[in-house]
Ligand binder design. Sequence first.
Ligand SMILES: Nc1nc2c(ncn2[C@@H]2O[C@H](COP(=O)(O)OP(=O)(O)OP(=O)(O)O)[C@@H](O)[C@H]2O)c(=O)[nH]1
Length: 592
Amino acid sequence: MEALQLSSRLSVNNRVTCTQNWTERRASRATFCSAFTGTTNSASLSASKNTSSTREIWSWVKSKTVGHGRSYRRSQVRAEMFGQLTSGLEAAWTKLKGEEVLTKENIAEPMRDIRRALLEADVSLPVVRRFVQSVSDQAVGLGVIRGVKPDQQLVKIVHDELVKLMGGEVSELQFSKSGPTVILLAGLQGVGKTTVCAKLACYLKKQGKSCMLIAGDVYRPAAIDQLVILGEQVIVPVYTAGTEVKPADIAKQGLQEAKKNNVDVVIMDTAGRLQIDKGMMDELKDVKKVLNPTEVLLVVDAMTGQEAAALVTTFNVEIGITGAILTKLDGDSRGGAALSVKEVSGKPIKLVGRGERMEDLEPFYPNRMAGRVLGMGDVLSFVEKAEEVMREEDAEDLQKKIMSAKFDFNDFLKQTRAVAKMGSMTRVLGMIPGMGKVSPAQIRDAEKSLVIMEAMIEAMTPGFCFFFHLISFNTKQCLILVWLRWTEEREKPELLAESPERRKRVAKDSGKTEQQVSQLVAQIFQMRVRMKNLMGVMEGGSIPALSELEDSMKAQQKAPPGTARRKKRKADSRKNFVESASSNPGPRGFGN
Ligand SMILES: Nc1nc2c(ncn2[C@@H]2O[C@H](COP(=O)(O)OP(=O)(O)OP(=O)(O)O)[C@@H](O)[C@H]2O)c(=O)[nH]1
């Protein structure tokens, strides 16, 4: 039975408008990006180039280490991907402490650590050998560079080699110049092909392209239903023809349908197998012949380590592929697959999946990935994610409020919800330099605090409020007074600072204690001061030291319990409340 699932509300005619919007967004994104980081995308990316001049090394090291340089020496439990590899590499830098210059003798031990870290990360032995040899050769020939310590020099060399290992430049998806672009997805069972189909459509839709999915997995009937549901979720039509039709025929019919509807990109899902077998390869070859795809992408599971690289090689030899999509990178603490695929197979990783949400698919940037491996965060991805969830006008509005110290509970709620849309807190923190080392326990504490805070803020009056008053004269007669009052506690935290009755009410309505409400109110005043200072520094042209954020977080954790209660007793007036609030550390996790 043939049926084009009418799950799409996206008209193909919307294409032009979408493309325009996307171009405009890219332009504003670039402005926002340079405003935020003090640089442009290309300038930042250029740090990845394999340069060796003293000035370049020096400025690179400074740009990567100012404010968070100390952080990659501390070994703590890491919550983000590549955690194991990052910790392993850290051991290498520490061995060079106190050295004046890199020599053949003093790099021997760090090189052993690097080798061990890469092997533990499941990078294949020949790749590790080549990598270590290349790093050693460069390190020994470097000599003394004024102002740059040997451990920093080694970090820089390893960074550049990692970038090279992962393919150097970003490998973009290719689009057909005429007719629909066809993307054929292949891969073993359970690696995430069906999910990637929908994620890819979601990703391409954001670029203004209309998409259609073809359900070609005829062996697992649930795969067709799964694709239809995911298609509905991302609002993209799905072509299905049941399980009785051959995949090559489904591909042919689906492509005709896509051409009829003027679809920009067709993405075909195929069946997986537990292992590579001849039947699977023959079937893929047939489908490929019919579709003549622009891209043949092999979906591989990052958690399979160097096995993923071997699979890419085999599929490339058998059917000819254009690249790979690495899924489940969020669960991979080793990194072997990301580091090996290009070097072993010669085929680039084009996209990576980092979560189960439809938005969790992104281009593979070797430079940013190398930064993450070395525990330096990924500011550019952070900014891009932030731009996706925050409108530019909102950002400007927020900036004005911060500068005039008017950041309020409504803004706080909006911001925390926007950050939640960027993904899990672990993932968001992993993108911020120096924050990748926040322990899972700290993250859990902060997440719990946010839930408590949201409950309290929701119990605050947002604006106009109806108040009821019941006056009873006797058992039969009563008068109900109803009046409207402008109470805006969320907009004016001062109201709560001044009034113990209001704090008591919020505590009662939210099911929290009065002490917790007082702490929250104190916190918003502290945040106003801190954010204003931070914005001042950034407008002055430099990004504040991120290690200070880490230190301040630690200081806050050491705040004695009951601080806010003691202060509350002292602070009867609003002035005292605000002053005491802004001069004392807040409770654990709050406001950070
Ligand atoms: N954490 C995480 N899970 C993912 C990611 N990509 C896919 N998954 C999950 O992996 C599981 C398998 O995904 P599917 O899309 O069904 O895999 P498949 O390759 O189509 O499976 P077959 O059709 O059986 O071959 C699902 O639970 C997905 O949610 C990812 O990037 N991160």
